[in-house]
Write a protein that binds this ligand. Structure first.
Ligand SMILES: Nc1ncnc2c1ncn2[C@@H]1O[C@H](COP(=O)(O)OP(=O)(O)OP(=O)(O)O)[C@@H](O)[C@H]1O
Ligand SMILES: [Mg+2]
Length: 492
């Protein structure tokens, strides 16, 4: 099969992606460095070559000006050096010899372009320049000369004596400059790859070292299973991105650990609670089957109904908590948001309590409307008043106040207070205090957990306080008010 350019590109891309950060970073850094070194080298060589040309041109011009000053009318208008007899002749020869000693070659041309003076090297040469500059003007040109391997760079300076034009040509070999350029090229070709090698090695080692903690984190995480979330990833010293990642990872593991432990605890508590009514039901059924004479049908029916009710409530509570949990994880949409009049809920609950108990029920309510789920909020009030009634000696009071934009709901009873150290704990799932267990007040310890979840979902908070007047227990709920209906305060 013939590889298409697309196929090759795809394979290269695939290799690049699979190569890993260390290799990819090393290649990228080396290629970038190669481009920079090549560009810098080219600029350096160009600048060096320009500089050499400029310094040759400057030397040539100075010499040409010196020679030009010695050309007089006779020389300029002559056609050959040998036939001219001028008092300046000696000076001109000396100047040309001096230039020769500085390794320059010289030609002086008359207006027609005929050689009228020359250094020894160029004796017998015809004019090296064809286009001559105007008087005072200059031109530069390069010519190969038979006696030197390297080309010569010339400056032609135009001159005139009494309107007779002449041209002085001074040239110097480019050999020395070329040698310098060549040396620089060699240095760059040797030093460039060495530099690249050093950059590649350093990048590879540095990235490798930086990535080592990441691979340690990965190995640790690979070994952590949902069964045991107690392990933590190693945190490298410092406060760079990798150590921040490790710390975030550890915080996430701790959260997961807490959540799975809580979930396991919840499942085991729930099964435990479910077992006791189920066991009672089984025992009742066994008695009815094995000793039918001893079993009173009426008593059995009452027992079975009581346990079934307990089971029903328990399952309903568990379902409610599961739904609240799902919602707080954002997987069950937002809670319902209706306008709920808390004062109406208080009125209904007080009425229920007065009908169902013999307790003295006091109510104080101010109008307060909140946004939320009316059914869930009445469940909150029901759980609090049920608890209050269960623990009260003779009195329960429900008070709804407004405090700025907050609705404050107090449910107070005159029973034994909840000890300080238990005031947070009572909101945990399946927590029942010793006193409730001892008095066998029923209940499963889910009521307050449900209260807390619902109140939190409504943006509020709940806590246990000492009542303002006398001993007892006060549960205070604070919820944000949505608006203030314009109706009177009611107390009864
Ligand atoms: N008003 C109160 N006075 C004294 N103790 C209380 C009061 N309310 C709750 N508690 C204590 O807090 C515990 C937890 O209350 P919670 O409402 O969560 O559970 P429960 O009433 O025992 O059972 P459930 O409400 O699920 O039927 C109770 O068992 C009780 O010990
Ligand atoms: Mg309760």
């Amino acid at each position: 099969m013939v590889a298409t350019p697309r196929g090759v590109l795809g394979r290269v891309l695939g290799w690049w992606r699979a190569a890993g950060v260390q290799i990819r970073s090393t290649i990228a850094a080396t290629v970038l460095q190669a481009v920079v070194v090549a560009a810098a080298g080219a600029v350096l060589l160009l600048a060096l070559s320009n500089n050499l040309d400029n310094s040759i041109d400057a030397g040539n011009l100075a010499t040409a000006q010196g020679v030009s000053a010695l050309v007089d009318g006779d020389i300029a208008s002559s056609t050959a050096v040998a036939t001219t007899d001028s008092p300046n002749r000696e000076d001109l020869r000396d100047a040309i010899s001096a230039a020769s000693r500085r390794r320059a070659v010289v030609q002086v041309l008359n207006a027609d372009g005929t050689v009228i003076a020359a250094s020894d090297d160029l004796r017998g040469f015809t004019a090296l320049a064809r286009e001559l500059p105007a008087a005072g003007g200059t031109r530069t040109l390069e010519r190969a000369l038979p006696f030197d391997d390297d080309p010569y760079r010339f400056t032609a300076l135009g001159g005139a004596v009494d309107s007779t034009r002449f041209t002085v040509l001074i040239g110097q070999s480019l050999g020395t400059g070329e040698d310098t350029l060549h040396a620089a090229e060699v240095a760059l070709t040797v030093a460039g790859p060495l530099l690249l090698l050093a950059v590649a090695g350093a990048t590879y080692l540095f990235i490798g070292r930086s990535l080592r903690p990441v691979s340690e984190i990965r190995t640790t995480v690979e070994g952590i299973s949902l069964r045991d979330l107690s392990e933590r990833v190693p945190v490298p010293p410092g406060d760079d991105e990798v150590s921040q990642l490790a710390r975030t990872m550890n915080a996430m593991l701790a959260d997961l650990d807490r959540a799975t432990t809580a979930q396991r605890q919840f499942v085991s508590d729930a099964s435990h609670e479910l077992r006791s009514p189920v066991a009672t039901l089984r025992a009742a059924a066994d008695i009815a089957l094995t000793v039918p004479d001893r079993a009173d049908r009426g008593d059995l029916a009452v027992l079975v109904r009581g346990e079934a009710q307990r089971l029903d409530r328990l399952v309903a509570d568990l379902l409610l908590l599961a739904r609240v949990d799902e919602r707080s994880r954002g997987s069950a949409g937002t809670p319902q948001r209706d306008e709920v009049d808390l004062d109406d809920l208080v009125t209904a609950e007080a009425r229920r309590l007065r009908t169902a108990t013999t307790l003295d029920v006091a109510v104080h309510r101010e109008p307060a409307r909140v946004l939320g789920d009316g059914h869930a909020l009445s469940r909150v009030l029901r759980n609090l008043t049920d608890n209050a009634a269960r623990h009260a000696v003779s009195k329960v009071s429900i008070a709804l106040h407004r405090n700025g934009s907050t609705a404050v709901l107090d449910v107070v009873n005159d029973g034994p207070p909840i000890p300080g150290q238990d005031r947070e704990r009572v909101f945990d799932r399946f927590v029942r205090l010793e006193e409730s267990r001892a008095r066998d007040l029923g209940g499963t310890g889910l009521g307050l957990a449900i209260v807390r979840e619902i109140v939190l979902a409504h943006g509020g908070n709940v806590r246990v306080l000492d009542p303002d007047d006398g001993p007892g227990t006060c549960f205070r709920i604070e919820l944000p008010i949505s608006e203030f209906p314009d109706s009177p305060e009611l107390t009864d």
